[in-house]
Design a binder for this molecule. Structure first.
Ligand code: ADP
Ligand code: MG
Length: 696
């Protein structure tokens, strides 16, 4: 392998390449567009496009694509070659500024959640110059936003960029009040830790449920699961190590800062964490990382499972969204700093996050809601479905002392006073100790831990950025009209702590007592996706998104429709897969084995004198189970048919949750019990043991 420093970013049209290949003036104008969002003149776009094309062709590319992120949650690309016919039947390679800046893919097959019914079917993609173009599989990929012809966002990137603008605008107002005239913008930053499973492809191929749904719909527990805790941070198997090496190389070539890799808690489970970067880029990079994980696994004869819960009984996979805000002058606003002034500013930003998480608990919960993630949240391995914040004992006590005007710590005799008292250094270890919290302060950033492994990080960050932008706007409104900044700041911080401290919980989030305590505090516990989604259109949510220009009411409604539809489709596919597997595999296997047992009993009886208790007993059990499975599968079929009576997306999703999903559970139980009675040679699919330990 060439050295990491030489391959890093080799397939990215980054600042270094731009500087080397663009005329000085063009480069300057492009940087202005990237940094300040200034519109690029068509003549400049032409020059950039041409330089991009030459660079891409030198690297072996033949095509370009507008790479975008439709509401399916994955990425989309349609390749066009650079060729243009020339005289004498030849071609030349061309790429214009117009082609770089805007594309017009047919939008009709992407989900639009009703936007299309009211508007036009056509959509367009618009270049996002803040995320570098890159080459993937011989194609020049241009990161783009995807909108309907009338300007409604049909993708995940557009609202993300809008939410980043919203928080920037409001944070700058607040920062100016603190006397930071040189700050002109802030950016949120994200470092997403990605969990995944690897299984052997040959074993995977024998599981229809994994192929169709990404998770096992059946499977008795393996004798060995994760109870010995010997996999976490354990030695990485050579085959997995080879995969990780290839994956890192591919990611580095794309300028993705892959940094940490290790085994996770469950057998066959691993994690990859990059170094954080600007949210928009972190989101693009995470999408690429997931794509490459699948591709590289395939090269190694494995399959990468990104589903939130591929296996019952062992941990599922999540994504920790490490989040902070930093200024264009390089200051991390969630870093407490060392002086009273910087502490005061930190406390106000902290209060904005506390208030945001409390007032928009529902939105944060919704932002991570999916059929897959419903298996994790609240299931004693992942954060509960209740949103709360962990600040650590030290910071919580400081807030307490501030609120009550008490001294903090043994050495402090004076009352805690904002803008006067210097906050002590928080030890990162003490802030990061609680792993059960959904939203934890970890020294200089927050770690939002509820995200599912397969989902884009866009939605969580859109909602979080918007909620915090709103609180900062309220703070700025109040402080801008103040004639006593220090005094009013002090009051504002105390008021916020008092009104929103119910969201702070430093205890064990996995404990049942927390559920009761949270209820007493009036916190929401939205247990499933359809229940959570019902809240997205609450007036306060519609208003906040509209006010900050992140989603129009029409756009928000479309997300509600699409999310519900998506949930229903997933449960429907899972139910149909179960029915298929039961009828074609499990019931025939049970019947065949019952016949074998019945024959044995009959033969023994006809000979006489031989003990047939084992066969006779087992025959009863197997027959009882196949009978139960038969009746449950009929129930499931009926439940699935019942959907046709409903028409509203929200209603249908709730129906799937209540009427279909529950029967899937009882059907599974019966099949898993049957698995325990049949010899492995008679069981039609690979067992959990074979799957979880398939990669040797
Ligand atoms: P761990 O969670 O394993 O203890 P760290 O807390 O050091 O590890 O980092 C976890 C992730 O948080 C990494 O992706 C890291 O780059 C990211 N991170 C660190 N600082 C910030 C920040 N200011 N903003 C966003 N993410 C950050
Ligand atoms: Mg972490």
């Amino acid at each position: 392998m060439d050295s990491v420093t030489s391959i890093f970013g080799e397939n990215v049209f980054n600042e270094t390449v731009m500087k080397a290949r663009l005329p000085k003036e063009t480069f300057k104008q492009l940087m202005k567009t990237i940094e300040d969002g200034e519109k690029l003149a068509p003549t400049v776009a032409n020059v950039v496009a041409n330089a991009m094309k030459d660079w891409a062709i030198e690297k072996g590319a033949t095509h370009f694509t507008h790479w975008f992120q439709p509401l399916t949650g994955t990425t989309a690309e349609k390749h066009d070659s650079f060729i243009t016919p020339s005289s004498e039947g030849k071609v030349i390679m061309e790429f214009s500024g117009k082609e770089l800046v805007q594309g017009e893919p047919d939008a009709s097959s992407f989900p639009s959640g009703g936007i299309r019914a009211t508007f036009e079917a056509r959509g367009y993609t618009a270049w996002d110059p803040t995320s570098y173009a890159f080459i993937k599989d011989g194609v020049l990929c241009i990161p783009t936003a995807f909108c309907s012809y009338t300007g409604e966002a049909l993708d995940k990137k557009t609202p993300l960029l809008r939410s980043m603008q919203a928080i920037s605008k409001q944070a700058v107002r607040v920062l100016h009040l603190f006397g930071n005239p040189d700050v002109t913008s802030v950016k949120t930053t994200v470092g997403p830790e990605q969990e995944y499973f690897l299984v052997d492809k040959a074993v995977w191929e024998k599981r229809e449920d994994l192929i169709f749904t990404g998770r096992t719909l059946f499977g008795a527990k393996s004798p060995k699961g994760q109870e010995l805790e010997d996999h976490y941070f354990g030695m990485i198997k050579p085959r997995v190590q080879a995969f990780m090496k290839d994956l890192n190389e591919e990611l580095w070539k794309l300028g993705i800062l892959a940094k940490t890799e290790h085994n996770e808690v469950a057998p066959a489970q691993h994690e990859l964490a990059p170094i954080f970067t600007t949210t928009n880029i972190a989101c693009d990079h995470n999408q690429l990382t997931m794509e490459l994980m699948k591709k590289v696994a395939a090269k190694h004869g494995m399959v990468c499972l990104l589903h939130e819960k591929p296996f019952a009984g062992v941990n599922g996979s999540g994504k920790h969204n490490n989040w902070s805000i930093s200024t264009n002058t390089g200051k991390n606003l969630l870093d407490p700093g060392a002086t009273p002034e910087s502490n005061a500013q930190f406390l106000l930003f902290l209060c904005a996050v506390i208030k945001a998480v409390d007032e928009y608990q529902d939105l944060l919960r919704i932002s991570v809601a999916s059929a897959g993630n419903d298996h994790r949240l609240g299931a004693n391995e992942a954060p509960p479905a209740i949103v709360s914040m962990f600040l650590g004992d030290e910071l919580s006590e400081i807030l307490d002392c501030l609120e009550q005007g008490k001294p903090y710590g043994s050495h402090e005799k004076e009352k805690m006073q904002i803008g006067v008292t210097v906050l002590p250094d928080f030890n990162k270890d003490t802030t990061d100790r609680n792993r059960t919290s959904p939203f934890a302060f970890t020294g200089n950033k927050f770690e939002f831990r509820m995200l599912g492994s397969s989902e884009s990080v866009a939605c969580a960050n859109v909602f979080l950025n918007t909620a915090v932008a709103e609180e900062l706007a309220q703070f700025a409104d109040e402080l801008e009209k103040s004639s006593d900044f220090k005094g009013d700041l002090h009051k504002l911080i105390l008021k916020t702590i008092k009104e929103h401290k119910r969201i702070i919980f430093n205890g064990n989030g996995y404990d049942d007592s927390w559920v009761k305590e949270a209820e007493k505090r009036g916190l929401l516990n939205l247990k499933s996706t359809p229940e959570a989604l019902a809240k997205i259109l609450d007036e306060k949510n519609v208003k906040v998104f509209e006010k900050h220009g992140v989603y129009s009411p029409v756009e928000l409604k479309s997300r509600y429709e699409i999310h519900n539809e998506n949930y229903s489709k997933i449960i429907n596919i899972e139910a149909l897969t179960m029915i298929d597997m039961v009828k074609k595999l499990y019931l025939p296997a049970g019947a065949k084995y019952a016949k074998f047992l019945a024959d044995s009993v009959a033969v023994k009886k006809s000979i006489g004198g031989a003990d047939d208790s084992y066969e006779a007993d087992l025959l009863k059990k197997v027959s009882a189970l196949t009978g139960k499975i038969y009746s449950e599968v009929q129930k499931l079929e009926k439940a699935v048919d019942g959907v046709s009576k409903l028409s509203a997306a929200g209603e249908i999703a709730l129906y799937y949750r209540k009427e279909v999903f529950s029967v899937m559970g009882t059907l599974r139980e019966a099949v898993d019990e049957l698995e325990g009675f049949l010899p492995s040679s008679e069981w039609p699919v690979p067992s959990y043991g074979e799957l979880l330990y398939s990669v040797k």
